[in-house]
Design a protein around this ligand. Structure first.
Ligand SMILES: [Zn+2]
Length: 218
């Protein structure tokens, strides 16, 4: 199935430059693992960044640093390390695996967030304050309603939802800014599991918003 909804070029450029916060960066990384088109764009942006760096005149090197560098080059290569055993990825409801991009995250237990809505908080070792959430929303249910002050990124892992901008299926990424008032509703065919993160502060809206905010603070 072809992917219809992608991150914006601005987001891919920020990702390529390492300028996206950790949680939105992981949502984008999950999208990239399934999207050849966006991977190619990120590679182009990275190459552009590299050529920009090459135009910058390098600082003259300290003699000691040069000697250390030459010593490293002359030193025999260390023996290859045995690959670390791969930890099996947790399984999500419906039998799908947690995306590999999230393999370093600790998945919390599913918590009730409202009728037909459950959420699991993912803890990111490198930034425990980052908010990355898995949502599991029943058929015909609305995704938690909330406002936010920055961009919101939602990657569909299974099932589908629709909003005023179209239908989002597995592999699609919804990128919404705070100016847009959208209300995604899960399609009637089945449950939808998605990964979501946002930049900026969340503004409370409705019962789900309050629940989601209190949940995110746990
Ligand atoms: Zn894409």
């Amino acid at each position: 199935m072809s992917i219809q909804h992608h991150p914006s070029d601005e987001t891919l450029l920020r990702y390529a430059a390492g300028r996206l916060p950790v949680a939105p960066g992981l949502v984008v990384a999950t999208h990239l693992s399934g999207c050849v088109e966006c991977r190619a764009r990120v590679a182009t942006f990275e190459a552009m960044g590299g050529s920009l760096l090459e135009q910058v005149t390098p600082e003259p090197m300290e003699p000691e640093a040069l000697a250390r560098l030459l010593a490293q080059i002359d030193a025999p290569a260390p023996p290859p390390r045995a690959p670390a055993p791969r930890k099996p990825l947790p399984t999500l409801p419906g039998g799908i695996l947690l995306p590999r991009a999230l393999r370093h995250c600790e998945m919390g237990r599913w918590r009730w967030l409202g009728p037909g809505v459950r959420a699991s908080s993912l803890t990111i070792a490198q930034d425990p304050s980052a908010r990355l959430t898995l949502l599991r929303v029943g058929p015909g249910r609305k995704l938690p309603e909330h406002g936010h002050t920055g961009l919101e990124f939602t990657q569909i892992l299974s099932g589908s939802f629709s909003d005023g901008f179209g239908r989002y299926r597995p592999g699609d990424l919804s990128e919404m800014d705070s100016e847009i008032d959208h209300q995604p509703i899960v399609d009637p065919e089945g449950e939808c599991i998605c990964l979501t993160a946002m930049e900026g502060e969340m503004r409370i809206g409705g019962m789900f918003g309050r629940l989601l905010t209190s949940f995110a603070r746990i």
